[in-house]
Design a protein around this ligand. Structure first.
Ligand code: SAM
Length: 408
């Protein structure tokens, strides 16, 4: 925590910075407050919320100036979250074996691969989402099912994913297991949800992606509303986990995009098309690119459902498909990029520069990867105009930003 004096071990040493893991807190920060509840997913709850915002704002400035050596841009105030707790529309739990050999469902203990801390009330999830987890756990116990043990590769139950349409009120429950049998009819009767999905996987790593999924009961996709759009979200498609703040985030992206109505817009890493579709009415044409095929199928049907006729979506890896997109669609006027935490590779940034958009709106969930990407773009003749941090994840160290770059 900011202000702590700790003993730490350095795990990564770079020229400009190092990463370390705390071994012991020697002197806790005087700013620490009592936690609301034990929760491995809410490590920053020991800081007052206002302080969390100040620290995140500083971290964005730090990343951009120290890692990216950037200056001359406007750094807006951080947009605070609308809800400090129970804001997540998606929770991924793990099954494990408790002290007395009982089945538990919760989160990994910090830094542990196999110890699962059971959770009673997950304060990042809604009450209804918590009830669904309890119902699944009670049913699994009743059935005498065992948790999968990654060390011995034995057992059955791996993960539980609970997703919620905050506006639609729908709940989707997905149970992830190893190979074996599951009495779906009985489980469906025990859990209050609009969609129940079973994923079987033999993956060695712990992941809720991949595997073979089947609908056990109810709807295959989650329905949701955002930015005036009606959206359908497949189980393996990405959707921003804080619905209310996603709307703010896309609003800021739209402001920075400042579209006049004639522009050719690219939405790279488009997921189910949310950012692009929310801009489409103010654009000439929209071209989306995304690697997960299910998400692309959602984007296409979401465009149709909302009667958006100037949007096209393609499945592909941005690294390989961007050049082809430029050949097919022509150069973009505006490029929106919203990559995963690792940001863009240097090669992808080179492809972006080649595509030569006049304006780039970069939605980033990691300022330490935004910084070198923005620096490379600045080197190539873009100017970083403005950065708006948005707090999508209270009680955690995660920071989201929207950055505007323009050809200088
Ligand atoms: C942070 S999400 C953003 C999704 C979307 N813009 C939204 O706001 O809902 C990143 C997306 O990039 C996709 N993705 C990851 N690697 C990719 C790649 N190499 N090429 C294309 N898409 C990729 C992921 O599947 C995910 O949908």
């Amino acid at each position: 925590m900011p202000g702590d004096r700790v003993r730490a071990v350095i795990t990564k040493r770079k020229r400009a910075y190092a990463e370390a893991r705390t071994l012991e807190v020697l002197e806790p920060s005087p700013e620490r407050i009592a936690p609301v509840a034990e929760h491995p997913g809410a490590p920053w709850q020991v800081l007052r919320y206002e302080r969390q915002l100040v620290v995140k704002h500083e971290q964005v400035r730090d990343a951009l100036t120290r890692i990216g050596h950037l200056d001359g841009f406007e750094l807006d105030e951080i947009v605070p979250a609308l809800q400090q707790w129970r804001y997540r529309n998606k929770l991924e739990y793990s099954f494990g074996t408790g002290d007395e050999g009982s089945l538990v469902c919760g989160f990994h203990a910090p830094g542990s691969w196999h110890e699962i801390v059971p959770i009673d009330d997950c304060l990042l999830a809604s009450q209804r989402s918590n009830v669904a987890r309890e119902q699944v756990l009670a049913w699994c116990r009743e059935q005498g099912l065992e948790a999968f043990d990654r060390r011995t590769q034995t057992g059955f139950l791996r993960n539980l994913v609970v997703r919620e349409g905050r506006r639609s009120g729908e709940l989707q429950v997905r149970i992830v297991t190893g190979p074996g049998e599951l009495d779906g009819i009985s489980l469906a009767a025990a859990v209050d949800c609009e969609g129940l999905i079973w994923t079987r996987t033999e993956a060695l790593a712990e992941t809720t992606q991949g595997g073979v999924s089947e609908i056990v009961a109810g709807n295959a996709s989650l329905q949701e509303e955002l930015c005036g759009l009606r959206l359908s979200i497949s189980p393996h498609a990405f959707f921003q986990t804080n619905t209310e703040m996603a709307e703010k985030l896309y609003g800021i992206a739209a402001q920075q995009a400042d579209l006049k109505g004639w522009e050719r817009v690219y939405d790279l890493y488009c997921g189910i098309g949310t950012v692009g579709l929310s801009l489409a009415a103010r654009a000439g044409e929209l071209w989306g690119l995304e690697i997960v095929e299910q998400a692309v199928a959602d984007a296409i049907s979401n465009a149709r459902r909302n009667e958006i006729k100037n949007a096209r979506f393609f499945a592909g890896d941005v690294r390989l498909a961007l050049r082809e997109l430029v050949e097919q669609a022509g150069r973009p006027d505006l490029m929106v990029v919203d990559p995963p935490r690792a940001g863009l590779s240097q090669k992808i940034v080179r492809r972006v520069i080649e595509a030569a958009p006049r304006r780039i709106v970069y939605i980033s969930c990691n300022p330490t990867t935004l910084a070198p990407n923005a620096a490379q773009l600045v080197e190539a003749g873009y100017a970083l105009r403005r950065v708006t941090p948005v707090d999508m994840f209270p009680q955690t160290p995660h920071i989201e930003c929207v950055a505007l770059l323009e050809r200088a």
